[in-house]
Design a protein around this ligand. Structure first.
Ligand code: SF4
Ligand code: SF4
Length: 501
């Protein structure tokens, strides 16, 4: 993603302020991350398809700092601010900018000649005195569909939610699914379709994936609807020819990696218990990267592997691979595996160590959206697209709400507009503004209350905060701090004696 454009003069001012090691009292400035063009791939239907929270931008005679704005100091007298209503990630201000923001404490008018004031308003860091933002939800532009290519897999991961068998999707079922997805997108006014080829292990049936891709491409051209595709894979057996096809076809690849060496093998073994890490490393290093194919890496954290998260992150960063750190969710298949269940302290310690690994190597490309499970930087009201913009098509052509509900379809066949059918299903994916415990949370439009299915499993309720709430509240500020440091580095800020060189 291109960095936010900052006038050269401003960058020079920023550099000078840090090199001088001063508090930069004269030139107040702010910079903020732009919304990401698309999200990291993971197993969910998440945020690019979720409802966006769009605040009204009111005009008023007097303004004051926005309530519930998150603040934390950064090195060299910089400050990070993040309003609950900000369109994307946090803003970073120099000390003078921070002081200027504080002059609004008792309410004051905006100065039209001061560009910082306009930026503070754009970042919703100021609100009308006596008023408040009233964000409205708007449906995302993308209809996402999980195509369950097969139940078969060459691995036997203990947390998998798929009941394994050799069953696979037929070509006729797959083609019908693609047509019905595009029909639904047209009916609902979506501008884009995103297909997730999944399983089981979708690469075991690459010919079917290619066939469905051809059909989807044709329909995308016919309808004028955009198309994005990703293959979700364990990375164990991707042939060079298939990798070349992915690159040529513009189909993304997501690979699961749960640690380095034994930690990965323990959580993602072959059916006979054999090791898989070395083969996946070979796939990435010898097949994908030489072709210029960069897979998104998803790391699923359980109680067993959380302590290895930092090493896995380092392995990815050494290869400049995008990372998504996700939490294990118990399911019907894994219910007896209590040793996998999240243990708060272990997860928080593992994640904190993983964040330290990011800080050591500090990429300049954005990575905030991969740092904390379903928590996302862009303001949104619903955790995922379930009920609104997400379809799961089983290998037999049944329709489900979520990939973790493959065995609980809402409709046994694919007919008509599919959105009303998933909307009427049992999973209730409600707005964070309706969740008890979340309404006043400063992170509500980033976390949105967590995975609804996980909350229901743990509490029997859809309208309450996540069972992982404490983890999110502890780790999200740490993730924001990393984004603040990344923004500083991306904009050429180097601290005296700091390792960013
Ligand atoms: S689950 Fe917790 S952190 Fe997330 S929005 Fe609700 S209260 Fe905030
Ligand atoms: S309900 Fe949970 S598991 Fe299913 S798509 Fe939403 S966030 Fe993901």
């Amino acid at each position: 993603m291109p960095h936010m454009q900052i006038p050269t003069l401003l960058v020079d001012m920023m550099k000078r302020s840090v090199e001088d090691d001063c508090a930069c009292p004269d030139h107040a400035f702010l910079f903020a991350a732009e919304p990401l063009p698309h999200t990291l791939e993971n197993d969910c239907a998440c945020p690019d398809t979720a409802y966006r929270a769009q605040p009204n931008l009111p005009t008023a005679p007097l303004y004051t700092p926005t309530a519930d704005t998150h603040h934390q100091p950064l090195p060299a007298n910089f400050h990070l601010l993040h309003s609950p209503f900000a369109p994307a990630g946090p803003a970073v201000l120099n000390h003078a900018g921070w002081q200027e923001w504080q002059t609004f404490q008792d309410g004051r008018p905006l100065d039209p000649t001061n560009p910082l004031h306009q930026q503070l308003l754009e970042q919703t860091l100021l609100q009308p005195l006596g008023g408040r933002y009233t964000p409205t939800s708007t449906q995302g532009e993308t209809l996402t569909a999980w195509l369950h290519i097969t139940n078969a897999c060459n691995l036997d991961c203990p947390y998998c939610y798929v009941r394994k068998s050799s069953a696979r999707m037929s070509e006729a079922t797959g083609l019908k699914a693609i047509r019905q997805i595009f029909y639904t997108a047209q009916q609902q006014g979506f501008k884009q379709v995103k297909l997730k080829y999944a399983g089981g292990e979708a690469t075991l049936h690459f010919r079917l994936v290619k066939k469905l891709h051809e059909e989807a491409q044709m329909l995308a051209q016919q309808t004028g609807i955009g198309l994005r595709e990703v293959v979700l894979s364990n990375g164990y057996h991707i042939r060079p020819a298939d990798a070349e096809w992915l690159k040529e076809a513009g189909v993304k690849l997501m690979v699961s990696l749960d640690g380095v060496g034994e930690l990965h093998d323990q959580q993602r073994p072959l059916k006979n218990g054999g090791s898989t890490f070395d083969q996946i490393q070979h796939t990435v290093d010898e097949v994908l990267l030489p072709l210029g194919l960069t897979p998104d890496i998803t790391i699923t954290l359980t109680r067993l592997n959380a302590h290895g998260a930092a090493e896995a992150v380092r392995w990815c960063l050494e290869r400049s691979l995008p990372i998504s750190l996700n939490f294990y969710r118990p399911n019907l298949q894994s219910a007896s595996r209590v040793e996998l269940e999240l243990e708060e302290q272990a997860i928080m310690a593992g994640m904190t160590a993983a964040y330290a690994a990011f800080e050591e190597q500090m990429p300049t490309r954005p990575f905030l959206n991969g740092l904390l499970d379903r928590v996302q930087a862009e303001a949104h009201t619903h955790t995922c697209g379930v009920q609104h913009s997400y379809l799961v098509i089983t290998h037999t052509g049944q329709l489900s709400q979520c990939q973790m509900h493959l065995g609980q379809p809402v409709q046994p066949h694919l007919e008509g507009n599919l959105i009303p059918l998933v909307a009427a299903g049992t999973i209730q994916n409600i707005s964070v503004d309706q969740k008890e415990g979340c309404r006043q949370c400063e992170f509500r439009y980033r976390c949105s209350g967590g995975c609804p299915l996980e909350t229901y499993r743990a509490t029997g309720r859809w309208d309450i905060n996540s069972p992982h709430c404490r983890i999110y509240k502890t780790l999200w500020p740490q993730a924001l701090r990393l984004e603040g440091l990344r923004l500083l580095k991306a904009h050429g800020i180097q601290f005296n004696g700091n390792a960013y060189n």
